[in-house]
Design a protein. Structure first.
Length: 356
């Protein structure tokens, strides 16, 4: 082994062990060209320089991985079999920030098709056309908050599988338009389902909003054939639920002889195969009453059996901490949907709803 080959191997070995990169690319070329000439002349020198550059490149990658940075991913992304977003800070790309009417404050939307992206982009008050996004790899989400005297999106935090934006708002007096942030999120970072929650505190007199969007074409949610009738959809309602005795506060709110599903601090009225669903211009909307036996925020989520689909849940403000809480559920397509309500104290209720 020549002196140069020995030197190259030592650089790579040091990097693989987590040590600092021994030299830069320029230093590698300088040292390789300074090596003693052989009878092969310039070709041997150039070849040695190329090998030196390769060694430094390998050393840099190994050093990054060893130092705790992001792993280098090669090849096309593979469909995720995870249905929950890992906890921590969720990376995103900011595609644009627009300004809209105050009526849009508190809204959240997603785009998984080009047509949805165009609509979302226009609704955000941004100049068309919308940017090119590979929607096979990324999902686009818009978040509308109160603009006041300035709003800045810091980061997206994932906690217990729910993503919540960290937004800094500089308050000021008077009416305020909406500040709408449009971001792109890599599906590989999310899993099969993205759940984004926009808390009510990001807008005056606006309740919380939950957006749940499933990755198109991903069957990780339910590999079984989905129910194809209303009766089959709701046959097992409520899902996996051992119903308890109604607390006095819930029984009083429902009224004499009333029935409810639930346990702990969260209850709702029974949902049958003919539960009323309204057609709202391409979406399917439901008004659903919940009952809280203890104070605490209500989070909503829903996924469509068989995969695909986007859900938006709204929990309006203005209701008492205990008792009745009306909610709005909006689905983008027909089918059998699995709806879950979660109370802040951990009480949870899941049932299926048929959307015709």
């Amino acid at each position: 082994m020549t002196d140069l080959e020995t030197m190259i191997r030592s650089w790579a070995d040091r990097a693989a062990d987590g040590g600092p990169t021994a030299v830069t690319a320029d230093e590698a070329i300088e040292r390789s060209t300074a090596a003693p000439a052989t009878r092969r002349g310039p070709r041997r020198v150039l070849a040695a320089a190329a090998v030196a550059l390769l060694a430094v490149s390998v050393a840099t990658v190994l050093g990054t991985r060893g130092g705790g940075g992001d792993d280098v991913v090669s090849g096309p992304p593979q469909p995720s079999r995870s249905t929950a977003t890992p906890d921590g800070v969720l990376p995103f790309r900011l595609l644009g920030a627009g300004e809209g009417p105050s009526a849009t404050i508190g809204t959240v939307a997603a785009a998984t098709t080009v047509a949805e992206l165009d609509d979302l982009w226009s609704a955000a008050g941004l100049a068309v056309p919308a940017p090119d996004v590979d929607l096979r790899d990324e999902v686009v989400v818009s978040l509308a908050v109160v603009r006041a005297c300035g709003a800045e999106l810091g980061q997206l935090d994932a906690i217990a599988g729910v993503v919540q934006p960290d937004v800094e708002i500089r308050p000021c007096g008077g009416p305020s338009p909406a500040a709408t942030f449009v971001v792109a999120i890599d599906w590989q970072r999310v899993g099969a389902v993205l759940h984004v929650r926009l808390p009510g505190a990001l807008g005056p007199d606006v309740g919380s909003r939950d957006l749940v969007v499933a990755r198109p074409g991903d069957r990780a949610l339910d590999d079984a054939a989905p129910p194809d009738t209303a009766a089959a959809c709701v046959a097992d309602n409520p899902v996996g639920q051992d119903l308890g005795v109604l607390p006095a506060s819930v029984a009083d709110a429902i009224g004499p002889g009333g029935a409810a599903w639930g346990r702990g601090s969260l209850y709702t009225l029974p949902v049958g195969p003919d539960f009323p669903v309204q057609d709202a211009g391409g979406r399917h909307d439901v008004k659903l009453a919940w009952f809280r036996a203890a104070p605490g925020d209500l989070t909503l989520s829903a996924t469509r059996t068989g995969g695909g689909g986007t859900f938006v849940g709204e929990v309006p403000s203005g209701y008492q901490p205990v008792g009745l809480q009306v909610s709005g559920l909006s689905f983008d397509r027909a089918g059998c949907w699995v709806v879950t309500g979660r109370h802040e104290d951990g009480s949870e209720l899941t049932f299926r709803l048929w959307v015709p």
